[in-house]
Design a protein around this ligand. Structure first.
Ligand code: SAH
Ligand code: SF4
Length: 375
């Protein structure tokens, strides 16, 4: 069965039968708030639409198997089972400036929530600090399965931002990610493209396509090192996508899109966090329109030998980038630590058919509303 949120499929089937395509948005809107309803039960459908929905479509193909909320209520983690039996995780980070501050800072604009979605089960890029990378690649999510993460989350909270920072490398599942984003920004969910961020390890050919396909969506690049050599040590994909070529690609991306790029930089003790490396990074980025987000490393158990940089090193690194190179630099804050609400950190293991044994990093972090940095 297809998901009703598999837009290309439902459009094609409706078109074939001469069914009004506007019904798709009506169906989606209804299902985004009503759980346990099949698509053909949505009120106001024609008989032809009901028939095709009953025989070919499920309202959702994925199921929420567990929901965990942090004690401070800021982070909700959904464990989602896909139709093929695999599990992925979706994390909702919410805050309300009217209720006080978030991460010590006053936030403008009232309640809002950011959803961190997964695009793949596992990942083939093999970054040495990443739990998902240690799983290897298992499968790609379909566009519908990506959109369904938003559907499940929307039933709990109104989502304002979507970040592709969960499991997987979104640009290795390009077509589904682009299609899912088109659905998310459409009539039903109306997420603004500038409130969507794709995070990538730097898949050069796909960044080149993205600037034409989705020019208004934010791009975050996991740079993690200012030199090719160090980058290769911690990220095997850097060999295929060398730093210099990546920087050239980002330049032409920016010439086309006229948007600032978010640079993610994981802080690994003694590997990429030294003062001279802050200067190298500053030199690399000083002429560019970027915001650097320093990410304290989340330990991932025995999989990785790294440890996080000290608070002092992170502060010094930030100071160098800010004061010497005038680069906007933030440090990623932690949210929902008690439930391991980490994005991109997760490793789901199964032992036995019914027992789910999840291993996460000891510590975890959420992603602050990254789009707010661009406002
Ligand atoms: N594949 C994409 C998006 C998913 S990972 C990418 O790599 O950009 C989302 C972010 O989490 C990336 O910046 C990634 O480098 C970071 N990350 C991975 N493992 C981490 C860890 N153990 N601690 C902190 N950040 C981590
Ligand atoms: Fe894949 Fe991103 Fe993890 Fe690297 S950091 S292994 S690209 S999910």
């Amino acid at each position: 069965m297809n998901s009703v949120f598999e837009e290309a499929v439902i459009r094609q089937q409706f078109e074939q039968r001469g069914i009004n395509l506007k019904l798709i948005s009506l169906i989606w809107k209804y299902l985004a708030v009503h759980e346990n309803v099949e698509a053909y039960e949505v009120p106001g459908l024609s008989k032809a639409a009901c028939d095709v929905l009953r025989t070919n479509f499920k309202s959702t193909t994925s199921t929420v198997k567990a929901t965990v909320k942090s004690a401070d209520q800021s982070t909700t983690k959904l464990l989602i089972q896909l139709q093929n039996g695999s599990f992925v995780e979706t994390v909702i980070m919410s805050y309300d400036s009217r209720l006080g501050t978030y991460a010590g800072r006053q936030r403008p604009g009232g309640p809002r929530a950011t959803l961190c979605v997964s695009s793949q089960v596992g990942c083939k890029m093999g970054c040495t600090f990443c739990a998902t990378g240690s799983m290897g690649f298992k499968s790609n999510l379909s566009a519908g399965e990506i959109v369904e993460q938003l559907v499940h989350a929307s039933r709990l909270l109104q989502i304002r931002n979507v970040v592709f920072m969960g499991m997987g490398e979104p640009l290795n599942n390009y077509n589904s990610v682009v299609e899912a984003i088109r659905s998310m920004t459409g009539q039903c969910f109306q997420i603004a493209p500038r409130h969507i961020t794709i995070s990538t390890v730097g898949v050069i050919p796909r960044i080149n396509s993205l600037k034409y396909d989705l020019p208004n969506v934010n791009l975050a690049v996991s740079l993690h090192a200012p030199l090719q050599e160090v980058r290769c040590q911690i990220m095997p994909a850097a060999r295929a996508y060398p730093l210099r070529k990546l920087m050239d690609t980002l330049r032409s991306y920016q010439e086309h899109c006229k948007r600032k790029i978010f640079i993610e930089y994981i802080m690994l003790d003694g590997i990429n966090d030294q003062e001279d490396q802050a200067h190298q990074l500053g030199t690399l980025l000083e002429e560019r329109e970027v915001v650097v987000n320093l990410i304290p490393f989340n330990p991932i158990g025995s999989i990785s030998k790294f440890s996080s940089s000290t608070k002092e090193n992170i502060e010094l690194f930030q100071k160098v980038l800010r004061n010497v190179y005038n680069i906007r630099t933030t440090v990623r804050q932690e949210m929902g630590q008690d439930i391991s609400g980490a994005c991109g950190q997760l490793l789901v293991k199964f032992s036995g058919e019914n027992s789910i044994n999840m291993e996460y990093g000891r510590q975890s972090e959420g992603i602050p509303d990254i789009e707010d940095l661009s406002l």
